[in-house]
Write a protein that binds this ligand. Sequence first.
Ligand SMILES: Cc1cc2nc3c(=O)[nH]c(=O)nc-3n(C[C@H](O)[C@H](O)[C@H](O)COP(=O)(O)OP(=O)(O)OC[C@H]3O[C@@H](n4cnc5c(N)ncnc54)[C@H](O)[C@@H]3O)c2cc1C
Length: 402
Amino acid sequence: MTNEVSIIGAGIAGFTLALSLHTQGIPCAVYEARAEPQNIGGAVMLSPNSLRLFDDMGIYEDLKRLGYSFDTLYFRDLAGDLKETYPFGSVEKYGYSGLRVYRYQLIHLLLKKVNAAEISIYFNHKFSHVVSETAETVTWQLIDGTEKTSSLLTGADGIHSRVRKFMYPTLSPKFTGLAGITAAVPTANLKLPTPDYKMPVTIMSPSHGAFVIAPQKPDGSEVLIGKQKRMPELSREGWEQLYTDKASTAAFLREDAELFGNIAVSVTSDIPHDGINIWPFYVIPELDSWYSGKRRVLLVGDAAHAIPPSSGQGISQAVEDVVMLSMLLRKGRGDERDLKWWQDFRQARLQQILLLNARVDQRRLPKIPGDTEGEDAKQGFDLDWLYGMDAVKEVEKYVAGS
Ligand SMILES: Cc1cc2nc3c(=O)[nH]c(=O)nc-3n(C[C@H](O)[C@H](O)[C@H](O)COP(=O)(O)OP(=O)(O)OC[C@H]3O[C@@H](n4cnc5c(N)ncnc54)[C@H](O)[C@@H]3O)c2cc1C
């Protein structure tokens, strides 16, 4: 079919794009390289700006039942004193609390909706390259040589996007020099300093960085524990090897635990190896354009703007991208101004998030020579701009003014 939108990647960006296009009455199909949706990492954090959009998609109530709701992250020093709080949600202010939910649960809820909407998904279909684009269509190939023609091709194929190669053949993601190492541990193992000790908590050491403990599962019966590590880049095989070397990643989590107090010692005393994850932080530089010359090839989610995780916005930003894009494809002027407005709006927001990430990292990373304390640590976080933004209303405003 040529009049449909082809979506490459059945991740969160790909599935939410499919659902949003369907809502707008735009036919689409999803092509995924793997045999089934990817199940990486453990639980992910979702904030009100994306939960609002998941609510519109009809999956919020189910998500809430599966996840752990919370409103605030607590930053403490080594003495246990509360230094700062970081808002992550509020029913009163934004309509939603923050939520930690397993990624596979989110993906499966989305998949159920995509199936219910009878949107075609082709697993084991790996995109290879774009053959050509005209003003109306784009022709592209799968790696088995099958050629397809669609009205639009959307790269929702993640940070190592092959679709992006059509516009940026030589661009590669850059390693930030940091990796997050996390594990899932039963909450029962924890020795809390006080019975009413509040979590998620980040315990900060100026010399050793931070130790994070964040409850998950609806009853909080499990916690994620995590530390960030400065390290050199490894090859793909090197990362894979580190991922499988659970003894060494568990040892890294245990290292200097006593410095972070009894709570860290207790939670690292018995780390189940099957819940250990490693997440090397890669980014891609700001792209000049998220769409090709004839506007038949578009990028969304991590393919367009992979950002470090410090503010927990990777997924939420991908969902904002696709909801806004789908509305514009249906309701916009139908020329380049729509895509330009969309990209400018999205990139301005991502810039703000990168600044926010830097502020969070200041608190979480060990100091290196040259780091200064700065006034920033005293300012606190006002995140109304982040959680209060209503993607649907912003597009409606743009359309009304156009
Ligand atoms: C360990 C870990 C923990 C994270 N935790 C959080 C968190 O707590 N909160 C948060 O907001 N974000 C988190 N993130 C970031 C978040 O996962 C990403 O921002 C988000 O998944 C981006 O979604 P995406 O759909 O753009 O890309 P992806 O999730 O990478 O999906 C891309 C899909 O495209 C498929 N694909 C790739 N190439 C091809 C091809 N050639 N042909 C067909 N299909 C292809 C892949 O198989 C995959 O299914 C985490 C990331 C990791 C790795």
